[in-house]
Design a binder for this molecule. Structure first.
Ligand code: ZN
Length: 218
């Protein structure tokens, strides 16, 4: 079995999604690219993570050709690899969840503004949302990548959030941070009119965290 360590890491990350209330049952996806082989390890769709072992993870190349695995990769794999393809030095991990507050924004097709310093540190810009795309839509593998641009998250319209990162830890922390920000913003809207960070403030906070604080988070 190849990429044993990465398989285990992908599964460990997937097991944390329900722990953080980001998915239920078999929802969500975790995907990571091995820097040496360029192969991708992805969770099988439609199966309960609790019942899976590392050898149930699927290994493919970047063109979705199966390299090793008992299950067929989901059709959405072309989207996860699409993020990695356009920013190969920056994106090695993709996490997709159905976390409720972030998904609510995807339902009203409203971007999540930068509302807290933590959100600015991890994203540096508002999180945009796409129109609804079924997996059979010709734009499914490309539009979310375009809409995310140089950011680190995008909301799939009427579906849920996708976060990316250089590592699985970073993509997961972004998924948690995004859900927390969406929840906080919803609460703030019920109290009054939230004051969002300006683009300059968000960029400055992101740059400080990444370049001067001594922790690379991309
Ligand atoms: Zn989904």
């Amino acid at each position: 079995m190849i990429l044993e360590e990465l398989r285990a890491h992908v599964l460990q990350t997937a097991l944390l999604l329900p722990k953080y209330n980001l998915v239920w049952m078999a929802g969500g996806t975790v995907c990571a690219r091995d820097p040496e082989t360029g192969y991708v390890v992805v969770t099988p769709s439609g199966l309960d993570y609790e019942r899976l072992s590392p050898d149930d993870m699927i290994v493919t190349d970047m063109d979705m050709n199966l390299v090793e695995g008992k299950f067929r990769p989901s059709v959405a794999l072309n989207l996860w690899t699409g993020f990695m393809r356009v920013r190969p030095e920056e994106i090695f991990a993709v996490v997709h969840t159905h976390s409720p507050h972030a998904t609510a924004f995807s339902v009203v097709h409203q971007p999540i503004p930068v509302i807290t310093e933590t959100m600015a540190d991890w994203f540096g810009q508002p999180v945009p949302v796409t129109r609804y795309l079924s997996v059979e839509d010709p734009e499914f593998p490309t539009l979310p990548v375009q809409v995310m641009g140089n950011g680190y998250a995008v909301l799939l319209g009427n579906h849920g959030p996708i976060t990316v990162g250089k590592t699985l830890e970073h993509a997961l922390e972004r998924a948690v941070t995004l859900e927390e920000a969406a929840r906080t913003y919803s609460i703030a809207c019920s109290i009054g009119k939230p004051v969002t960070l300006t683009a300059e403030q968000a960029t400055a906070s992101f740059d400080y965290y990444h370049h001067r604080y001594g922790q690379k988070k991309s």
